[in-house]
Design a binder for this molecule. Structure first.
Ligand SMILES: *[C@@H]1O[C@H](CO)[C@@H](O)[C@H](O)[C@H]1NC(C)=O
Ligand SMILES: *[C@@H]1O[C@H](CO)[C@@H](O)[C@H](O)[C@H]1NC(C)=O
Ligand SMILES: *[C@@H]1O[C@H](CO)[C@@H](O)[C@H](O)[C@H]1NC(C)=O
Ligand SMILES: *[C@@H]1O[C@H](CO)[C@@H](O)[C@H](O)[C@H]1NC(C)=O
Ligand SMILES: *[C@@H]1O[C@H](CO)[C@@H](O)[C@H](O)[C@H]1NC(C)=O
Length: 474
């Protein structure tokens, strides 16, 4: 008997050893990056007056995280504040790892005086993102910073290596501290109009980006603010949009870009103007008063300081913003995080169909003969646009379904199947007086931010489409 037990134990340890070594072999490919962060209060003067900011290792904004696709990020965060603190990683997918996402309800706050180690893998992702504190309105005091995930060396990036790569964190800012702002919201009041806009934690002309004439630079612009959509532009320079939150886009030139709260865009800017300093301008959108701040694009051989009025931009025009968002398209032939183009399918070669069949299980039928919504073909060939279309579809569907539900039907479940060429997508949701269940993908979230006024009530829709595409691959 003891012998037998020993045998079992040996086999067991052997298996364990094999399992461990397999794990090690599998894990060996993906490098680890370690971070030790100390979160403290500290004095900051972004608008010229002393404020209590939230610093990471003494920095405001916090340090950038530089990584490469599939890297493991081990971030040990010491909370030296006097209240719980939590960091969230905006746009990082956290595959099978949702408990590291850092929002209340998913991840426990780090108690005051304690530390917690986030273990993230930026699995199958590229692009520009940022982190921010997700509790207690701490975001109004700092604690945010850029995250960049570079492509692995063997994966082609659809543009030449830029001469420089800058993180540009823009956001509205208040002189009131986060406890005061939070208390105001808790009393049911709106946020006041902001006191300023910051670029990388600095007020007007507080930040400059150095460029050499003739070279091209990448700017990674994220709106880390609290509530205002912002327009970003550079005097006399155009911007070539190349990436939106991990998706390479068709490379289109823009003279200004709307960046809504939570969004991240990468643009290429070529220093192709006479050598001097130029204004970088960020201004509020859709606000009754336009708040503007400036930074400086400084040529290394600059002949003089910024001159002339800073260029104006759009102010209240909503259509302008929606049209700009619609003009952004995925580059279907460019690589994504994997060597094959943006996923595993050659989307551009799939013939699409407009057929949308809706099969409600428990309600008056909505059939293909009475389509609630018919998507233009162009939208269905592009995953980014498809996500947008689906958002719109859900909006239409929900409105339609709710209007068709008789008042006696209080609880209904639907399954809508959308046939799109060889791809079959499912949207599943439950309606209980219009209450929708589920979560969103990153792409649809991004598009939801595009028109917050229209889509906010539907923030909870589940899109299996983008998830399916990301799961597939070589
Ligand atoms: C964090 O910073 C504070 C203030 O400088 C210091 O007292 C504390 O020891 C630091 N903690 C860690 C873990 O470095
Ligand atoms: C806290 O930090 C210490 C020292 O770096 C580390 O050994 C420990 O694992 C950390 N604890 C957590 C919960 O991350
Ligand atoms: C899309 O990506 C391909 C592959 O890198 C590139 O050659 C092409 O120029 C890009 N197209 C646009 C319109 O940006
Ligand atoms: C915020 O400001 C209020 C009023 O000035 C002050 O009582 C409070 O201690 C401040 N909070 C922080 C975290 O600095
Ligand atoms: C798409 O349709 C065209 C025209 O009917 C056909 O020639 C082509 O083979 C189709 N492509 C696929 C992938 O089915």
């Amino acid at each position: 008997m003891p012998l037998k037990l020993a045998g079992v134990a040996t086999v067991g340890s052997l298996l364990l050893c094999v399992a461990i070594s397999l794990f090690h072999i599998a894990g060996a490919e993906d490098p680890y990056r370690f971070f030790n962060w100390n979160i403290t209060y500290g004095d900051i003067y972004p608008l010229g007056v002393r404020q209590t900011g939230i610093l990471i290792n003494g920095q405001f904004p916090g340090p950038d995280i530089h990584s490469v696709t599939n890297d493991n990020l081990i971030i040990n965060v010491f909370n030296s504040l006097d209240e719980p603190f939590l960091l969230s990683w905006n746009g990082i997918q956290q595959r099978r790892n949702s408990f590291e996402d850092g929002v209340f309800g998913t991840t426990c706050p780090i108690p005051a005086g304690k530390n917690f180690t986030y273990i993230l893998q930026v699995k199958d992702q590229i692009g520009t993102f940022y982190y921010f504190p997700s509790l207690a309105f701490h975001k109004a005091a700092g604690g945010f910073g850029g995250i960049r995930i570079l492509s692995r060396p063997r994966i082609p990036v659809p543009f030449p290596d830029p001469a420089g790569d800058y993180t540009v964190l823009i956001g509205d800012w208040y002189k009131s501290n986060h406890t005061t702002l939070k208390a105001r919201l808790d009393r049911g009041k709106k946020l006041p109009f902001p006191d300023g806009i910051l670029i990388n934690g600095r007020g007007p002309n507080g930040v400059s980006f150095n460029v050499e004439q003739g070279k091209t630079y990448r700017l990674r612009i994220s709106n880390v603010g609290l509530q205002h959509s912002l327009n970003f532009r550079i005097q006399n320079h155009k911007m070539k949009l190349v990436e939106v939150e991990g998706t390479h886009t068709l490379q289109t030139m823009y003279s200004s870009l709307d960046v809504h709260v939570g969004q991240s865009y990468s643009v290429l800017v070529t220093a192709d103007q006479p050598a001097q300093d130029y204004y970088i301008v960020v201004s509020t959108r859709f606000s009754y008063k336009v708040l503007t701040t400036t930074g400086v694009l400084r040529y290394s051989n600059s002949a003089g300081p910024v001159s002339g009025p800073p260029p104006g931009g759009p102010t209240i025009q909503i259509d302008w913003s929606l049209n700009q968002a619609r003009s952004i398209r995925t580059n279907l032939t460019a690589s994504g995080p994997r060597p094959n183009p943006q996923g595993s399918y050659h989307y551009g070669m799939i013939n699409t169909t407009k057929t949308i069949i809706l099969t409600p299980l428990l309600s008056s039928p909505i059939t293909s003969k009475s389509p609630v919504f018919s998507a233009p073909e162009a939208y269905l060939t592009d995953p980014l646009a498809a996500a947008f279309t689906l958002t719109h579809l859900c909006y239409k569907l929900t409105t339609e379904i709710l209007s068709r539900l008789s008042s006696k039907t209080t609880r209904t479940s639907f399954r809508a199947t959308i046939l799109m060429a060889t791809l079959s997508l499912s949207l599943v949701w439950m309606g209980d007086n219009g209450q929708l269940l589920a979560g969103t993908s990153t792409i649809s979230e991004m598009q939801l931010h595009v028109a917050p006024h229209r889509y906010t009530p539907f923030h909870g829709l589940l899109f299996i489409l983008p998830l399916t595409m990301w799961e597939c691959g070589t």
